[in-house]
Design a protein around this ligand. Structure first.
Ligand SMILES: NC(=O)c1ccc[n+]([C@@H]2O[C@H](COP(=O)([O-])OP(=O)(O)OC[C@H]3O[C@@H](n4cnc5c(N)ncnc54)[C@H](O)[C@@H]3O)[C@@H](O)[C@H]2O)c1
Length: 277
């Protein structure tokens, strides 16, 4: 099946976890994929994996929060792959603590990586989307382009010790709804996918060992759940398991295919039926 043949997709944070699975899924359906990640090595790895599977990928490493990076990213995709039809704003991470311990830097970082950077990327893509819409409508063709912004159940249902993360992910929903109305006339659908608990390095389980950390831009952040807590959590999920990165990617994929051409301004929760943060 190649439902996305002829399309070019841009996926941020595609070096690992959900973003990697999204890039692989879109490529497996025929899209040429422009990948991005903060870390160059895993980004090169996903490009290689797409190529090995018979697909085509190019990429640009760097932080989506970097000054001027949004323009570089969109320009890079257009230069390398000659178009842009799908944008998946996925890059993100957790920097959690109770509110009394949140620093100004932490608040700004969580709002910027999850909301500011996607807005700048979409702003950078607007001239291309407008120009393509004008050319296609003048030729009597309707071509629907797609934006999928990654949110979280933390935004929909709340999550303790994650106030800035949840605020950033909540802003994703507001931005999605606003842009869906603004870009409908350009035939661009804008939707968001809010994940529950998906198995990636952010949700890794740990036993008696020290709390695992990930490094993002030179700073270590605690991630994961103690085994017992993860077992309790799994019991609360109606489908009785955490999602895989592929489950998550399938949710994003639904908003990228022609069957969703008349769906915009929606938030899809992919959480195994869980209705609490
Ligand atoms: N895993 C979950 O349960 C879960 C739940 C809800 C939402 N999410 C969201 O899904 C998205 C993907 O998370 P994941 O679980 O796959 O995490 P992950 O850590 O496995 O992968 C995220 C990737 O994004 C990259 N990244 C982080 N900051 C970046 C930046 N500033 N610029 C470019 N790349 C950057 C990382 O290097 C990493 O490769 C994130 O936005 C996350 O908040 C995840």
């Amino acid at each position: 099946m190649t439902k996305l043949a002829g399309k070019v997709a841009l996926v941020t944070g595609a070096g690992r976890g959900i973003g990697r699975a999204v890039a692989m899924k879109l490529a497996s359906e025929g899209a040429r994929v422009f990948v991005n990640d903060l870390d160059a090595a895993p980004m090169q790895d996903v490009m290689q994996a797409i190529g090995d599977a018979g697909g085509e990928a190019a990429g640009l490493a760097g932080s989506v929060t970097g000054e001027g990076f949004a323009d570089e990213l969109v320009g890079g995709a257009l230069d390398a792959l000659g178009g842009l039809d799908i944008i998946v704003n996925n890059a993100g991470y957790i920097w959690n603590s109770t509110i009394q311990n949140q620093t100004d830097e932490q608040i700004a970082a969580m709002l910027d990586v999850h909301a500011g950077a996607p807005i700048r990327i979409l702003r950078a893509a607007q001239p291309h989307f407008r120009e393509r819409f004008r050319a296609e409508s003048a030729a009597g063709r309707r071509v629907v382009r797609k934006v999928v912004n990654i949110s979280s159940m933390a935004a929909v249902y709340g999550m303790p010790a994650a106030v800035s993360y949840a605020a950033g992910k909540g802003a994703v929903v507001g931005m999605t709804n606003g842009l869906a109305r603004e870009w409908g006339r350009l035939q661009v659908t804008v939707n968001s996918v809010a994940f529950g608990y998906i198995e990636t390095r952010l949700t890794q389980r740990f036993g008696d060992t020290a709390h695992p950390t990930i490094e993002v831009e030179g700073r270590a952040h605690k991630v994961g759940f103690p085994e017992e807590q993860q077992e309790d959590l799994t019991r609360l999920i109606p489908l009785q398991r955490l999602g895989t990165a592929e489950d998550a990617a399938n949710g994003v994929y639904l908003f990228c295919i022609p069957e969703s051409d008349y769906i915009t301004g929606q938030t899809l929760v992919v959480g195994g039926g869980l209705t609490t943060g």
